[in-house]
Design a binder for this molecule. Structure first.
Ligand code: ZN
Length: 186
């Protein structure tokens, strides 16, 4: 049933105000309605195409997971690394690979798995948060040594010590800080 109401609406396509006869009208004209419809179709098509791409990509990765020998390009798809990164890792002996020809480098699946089993680098053991207890004087700087070596003012240094919660201790008339705790900062 049609009614005689008139409502002020804003067209969802062109943003112009218009008078609608129904509260459900979304567009000012047929033209806008059909353009909006086409736009919606286009968005749907793009979404569909994206989903398709994702499916293909995903299938490739599933297939790659089954392969025992992979090219560097395939490893890059599998791990999400660039081939450049992978070649660097191969050159640095971080990743085992067999170079058959100039253009054919093959990585064994098991060597990729090995990447994840390597022990973490030593660095994680020296942590700023765990200060060395009772370091030897020879492994320490005095305050004035730090000031001189790193060209920092006394005040700035004490601020830093406080902020980073660096362990310091006094012996005789000197205040000492473990070299490692300071070197890691500068
Ligand atoms: Zn419109």
């Amino acid at each position: 049933m049609s009614s005689n109401i008139e409502v002020l609406r804003i067209c969802q396509y062109c943003n112009n105000e218009f008078i609608a006869k129904k509260t459900t009208t979304k567009h000012c004209s047929h033209k806008c309605a059909s353009r909006a419809y086409k736009q919606r179709l286009k968005v749907l098509k793009i979404e569909e195409s994206n989903a398709e791409t994702f499916k293909i990509k995903n299938k490739t990765i599933v297939d790659l997971k089954e392969k025992e020998f992979l090219t560097v390009k395939e490893v890059s798809l599998l791990l999400g690394f660039s081939t450049r990164t992978l070649y660097r890792m191969i050159n640095e002996n971080k990743l085992n690979a067999h170079k058959f020809t100039e253009r054919k480098t093959i990585v064994k699946r098991s060597d990729i798995d090995l990447l994840f089993e390597q022990p973490k680098p030593q660095q994680s053991k020296t942590n700023l948060l765990e200060p060395i207890k009772n370091p030897e004087i020879i492994d320490c700087y005095t305050i004035s040594e730090i000031v001189e070596k790193f060209n920092i003012s006394n005040g700035a240094l004490y601020n830093l010590i406080k902020r980073k919660n660096i362990n310091k201790f006094s012996k005789g008339k000197y205040t000492y800080i473990a070299k490692r705790d300071i070197d890691i900062i500068f």
